[in-house]
Design a protein around this ligand. Structure first.
Ligand code: AMP
Length: 486
């Protein structure tokens, strides 16, 4: 259904713009033709294809070519430290690494430039496209609590059902074929909500490059020229945009819908958006990478107080609240949010089970999120574990702690969120040093070699003895109290 829809746009409206960044454009005809040429080459190999790049126009070509060739794509961000990228490549066992643009990581990854492979006379003909719908469409790596990033496998059937669900949301369908602004990096699963529903509907993706996102005047200029009707982003990104009054209707006269996902949406953000963009439809969507980007959504404009994260009827998959014993709970009773059905991925690379399992004969994923269903709506009440969302990024403190504990000088380490009210403003690392504490600059420099920038603690505290609970494990609550008094 997805390939067929994109093929139709390429056939019927080949000149229509499919993808744009600051300097490059890609029509549906170009997207299709280039992907067919690359797919012909990719068919000679097997297994996942690591695709390294930022917002280059070659990126969606590579993803589409993988889909045609029946090989999962695995997007990686060249801004991540080379060591982490190599770890991901090793875990994925990817033999083929394609890259778009020139990035320092390319040489270390032994990546092949994708663009020269977009030409040629040999094209993979549609009748030879991979047909099996339970095969993996893409792999996506996220932070892992055991110390290494973990890779999620998403089958084509889940991707297609996500696209169908997203386009069934009235606020998305209303602007389906228009311009959709993409903020999320392609290594982050929110970007799935940009590319595929837009391509399926024959719309245009305007991808915001990292340089544009890091500079407010450049960002407003890009947004102002985009003609955007839909914006898909994290609440953190919206807060950044809203910090200047210039982010208003005058800048984006055609903006109809904002699709939020990935972290808690504050009522204040909604209020300000409503004031600046009269008539805007604001969706609060919810879901983890393991269940294909998002599974529920609700329009929240005009709502007061805490915001729901979606309607249960009309969700992409069945949503159940379960107690500790794995029993479904009645409405109004809090418990763990469990997702059952088509949206659930095929598992983790390497076979770790994590929250994957089955329920009532269907695939199921225990999210680790605490929630409640009330009045037909799902409400997110927080995490049951230590996972942190910072600027929309998912961080397992365990991954940062493992990187610190790899140093001979560190005896014990604990990483906690730095909060201002409900908002996470960064991380703080508490370390029990064996000898003299290392200087914070030295700690940051070491971590920068193995972790992405957003995982680096902003504060470092030396503790004489890590507080432990009766089971001999770190007592995070006691540590938090200790640090409050610092
Ligand atoms: P990720 O896999 O990076 O998309 O992160 C998934 C996690 O983000 C979920 O398990 C939730 O903890 C959190 N999350 C996603 N959407 C929302 C939302 N609308 N409100 C609150 N938390 C959310």
């Amino acid at each position: 259904m997805l390939l067929e829809a994109i093929a139709r746009h390429a056939r019927e409206t080949p000149e229509r713009m499919a993808y744009q960044n600051r300097a490059q454009t890609l029509t549906y005809g170009e997207l299709w033709h280039s992907a067919c040429a690359l797919a012909f080459r990719l068919r000679a190999g097997a297994g996942p294809v690591l695709v390294c790049g930022e917002k280059e126009a070659g990126m969606p070509v590579c993803f589409l070519a993988c889909l045609m060739a029946g090989r999962p794509w695995l997007p990686v961000d060249p801004q991540q430290p080379v060591e982490r990228l190599l770890k991901i490549r090793r875990q994925a066992g990817s033999a083929d690494v394609l890259c778009c643009g020139s990035h320092p990581a390319v040489a270390a990854l032994k990546a092949v430039q994708a663009e020269p492979l977009f030409g040629g006379h040999e094209l993979l003909e549609p009748e030879r496209f991979a047909k099996e719908r339970e095969r993996d469409a893409y792999w996506m790596f996220t932070s892992g609590s055991t110390g290494a990033p973990k890779g999620v496998r998403i089958p084509l059937s889940a991707l297609e059902s996500f696209v169908e669900w997203m386009l069934s949301l009235p606020a998305v369908a209303a602007c389906g074929a228009g311009v959709n602004v993409n903020q999320a990096r392609f290594s982050f699963d929110l970007s799935v909500a940009d590319l595929w529903p837009t391509f399926a509907a024959g719309g245009t993706v305007r991808a915001l490059e990292p340089e544009e996102q890091g500079d407010l005047p450049a960002l407003y200029k890009a947004l102002g020229r985009s003609g955007a009707r839909r914006l898909v982003c994290t609440p953190s990104f919206a807060r950044l945009c809203l910090c200047d009054a210039a982010f208003c209707r005058d800048l984006l006269p055609d903006l109809e819908t904002v699709f939020f996902c990935g972290e808690t949406l504050a009522p204040r953000t909604v209020k300000t958006l409503e004031k600046r963009f009269p008539g805007l439809r604001i969706l609060n969507a919810y879901g983890p990478t393991e269940a294909t980007c998002a599974v529920s959504a609700a329009e929240v404009q005009g709502r007061e107080g805490t915001l729901p994260v979606g309607w249960v009827d009309g969700a992409a998959s069945r949503l159940i609240i379960m107690n500790e014993q794995g029993e479904p709970q009645p409405d109004g009773e809090p418990g763990e949010i469990v997702i059952c059905g088509h949206s659930v991925g095929s598992g983790y690379i390497g076979g770790e089970t994590g929250g994957f399992g089955s329920f009532d004969g269907e695939k199921a994923y225990r999210t680790g999120d605490e929630g409640v269903i009330r009045d037909g709506l799902l409400w997110h009440l927080g995490r049951r574990d230590r996972q942190i969302k910072y600027k929309g990024y998912r961080i397992e403190p365990g991954e940062v702690e493992a990187a610190i504990l790899a140093w001979d000088e560190a005896r014990a380490a604990a990483v906690l969120p730095l909060r201002a009210g409900c908002e996470v403003r960064g991380l703080v690392a508490a370390v029990e040093w064996g000898k003299e504490p290392l200087a914070p600059e030295e700690c940051s420099a070491r971590l920068r070699r193995v972790l992405p920038e957003y995982m680096l603690p902003r504060r470092w505290c030396a503790v004489e003895r890590m507080p432990v609970n009766e089971r001999g494990k770190c007592d995070y609550a006691a540590l938090e109290r200790m640090m409050e008094h610092e």
